[in-house]
Design a protein around this ligand. Structure first.
Ligand code: UD1
Ligand code: BG6
Length: 373
């Protein structure tokens, strides 16, 4: 089942280009040239799109990695639907007795479709009369069955406890949903076309990102004895920082925190010295200039910066602390960049785990599907 791979996690990281293709199969309609995307068609959602467009707001709800995919799509969903999009951790929905209403559209995101917290939040949302939508990998799972409609991400079975391909396929499915929700907008035509072109090339760009494997092994060797790793991201890549940190924490058993770079001065900066390793995600988007300023401030304190930058960008090389510390990734549309940027961090956490001698596919104390609250 693992084929040529030592672990399911590694196999699933490398399956991502094909898994993403499966998420898009039958939903992305190409022009006769086979390369240009004509439109997005989501069979399971067509009857519900107008209801979602008329909602008062969209709420994204999940746990763990699935919650991070919600953070990753939020900004694009707000931009293209022009609706308020809010986020809820599933366990907090019941604790707070969240005010959900019948004109809310609530998207429940879950790889397994069985996570108890998410399922309970869904039952609560149904009792309030909200439209409930699932983004689920496992067909026939409890969340898939209990939602009014949804999208099966079709990523294939994910065995490793640390979610990898489900994360990128969840985001891909929600990009498709966002494009379908905005298909009538004339003013968004150019932006939508840019994203659709990016989707067509996404699996190939993901394949190129996977070529960073050996560099991430070398980088992992320099980090293997560390006690902590901080990751700074912002905008589309705040989710990348959180998800990268979760991977390092849950499988490599190394303390790690994902931090919104805009919050750096409000606390995290106190931790920065010349020993603590930091990852800063600085691919080109509307927050690039601010991210460059963050890097300058970190370097002014002699921080050990590892930078994730676009492959055609050499303007930040001076700030990286060593050859393996600058990670060059393929450049794609800004909103799709998180799908590429997470790849070196998945690979890094995998190699760190192996080097530290921990169980990759069954991390200590964790379960793939948490079916109790
Ligand atoms: C469906 C078929 C797929 C087939 C395709 C061909 C299933 C499961 N899928 O895929 O095998 O190749 O037609 O046209 O038979 N749903 C929920 N909640 C969720 C996820 C999905 O209610 O969390 C609903 C959808 O709204 C839809 C149904 O389940 O009514 C199937 O969803 P999905 O597999 O995503 O639909 P298609 O892509 O149309
Ligand atoms: C568990 C897993 O805690 O559940 C995480 O260890 C996962 O990796 C989380 O992200 C949510 O799972 P699901 O199946 O609802 O996406």
């Amino acid at each position: 089942m693992k084929g040529n791979y030592d672990h399911f996690m590694k196999k699933e990281i490398h399956e991502q280009p094909d898994a993403m293709t499966q998420t898009m199969r039958g939903r992305v309609v190409f022009e006769p040239d086979g390369k240009t995307v004509q439109r997005v068609f989501i069979g399971g959602m067509v009857d519900y799109l107008s209801t979602i467009r008329r909602s008062r707001r969209i709420i994204l709800c999940g746990c763990g990695t699935s919650y991070h995919s919600a953070i990753a799509i939020r900004s694009l969903m707000e931009e293209l639907t022009e609706l308020p999009v809010t986020l809820e951790l599933a366990s907090d929905v019941l604790d707070r007795q969240c005010p959900f209403f019948r004109d809310d559209s609530i998207i429940f995101i879950s790889q397994s479709g069985e996570t108890a917290d998410t399922l309970r939040a869904l039952e609560y949302a149904k009792s309030k009369g909200a439209l409930c939508i699932g983004i689920v990998n496992v067909v026939g799972s409890a969340i898939s069955r209990a939602t009014d409609c949804g999208i099966h991400i079709n990523a294939g079975a994910e065995i490793g406890v640390a979610s990898t391909k489900a994360y990128t396929c969840q985001i891909t499915a929600m990009v498709l949903l966002t494009l379908a929700l905005s298909e009538d907008s004339r003013s968004l035509h150019d932006r939508r076309m840019e994203i659709m072109r990016g989707l067509a090339d996404l699996p190939d760009n993901m394949r190129r990102a996977l070529e960073l494997d050996q560099q991430m092994l070398s980088l992992a060797k320099t980090l293997v004895n560390e006690n902590s790793l901080l990751l700074f991201g912002r905008g589309f890549n705040y989710a990348t920082a959180l998800e990268g940190a979760l991977k390092v924490k849950e499988v490599a058993l190394l303390h790690s925190e994902g931090i919104l770079a805009g919050e750096m001065k409000h606390g995290p900066l106190a931790l920065v010295d010349d020993t603590l390793p930091l990852v800063v995600i600085a691919t080109r988007d509307s927050s690039y200039v601010k991210q460059k300023s963050v890097i300058e401030q970190l370097r002014a304190r002699d921080a050990r910066c590892i930078l994730i930058v676009g492959e055609n960008d050499d303007s930040l090389d001076q700030y990286a602390c060593g050859k393996d510390m600058i990670i060059r990734v393929p450049e794609v549309a800004d909103c799709l960049q998180p799908l590429i940027n997470i790849v070196p961090l998945q690979l890094l956490s995998y190699h760190l785990t192996v080097l530290r001698g921990h169980n990759v596919d069954q991390p200590r104390n964790l379960a793939k599907s948490v079916t109790v609250e």
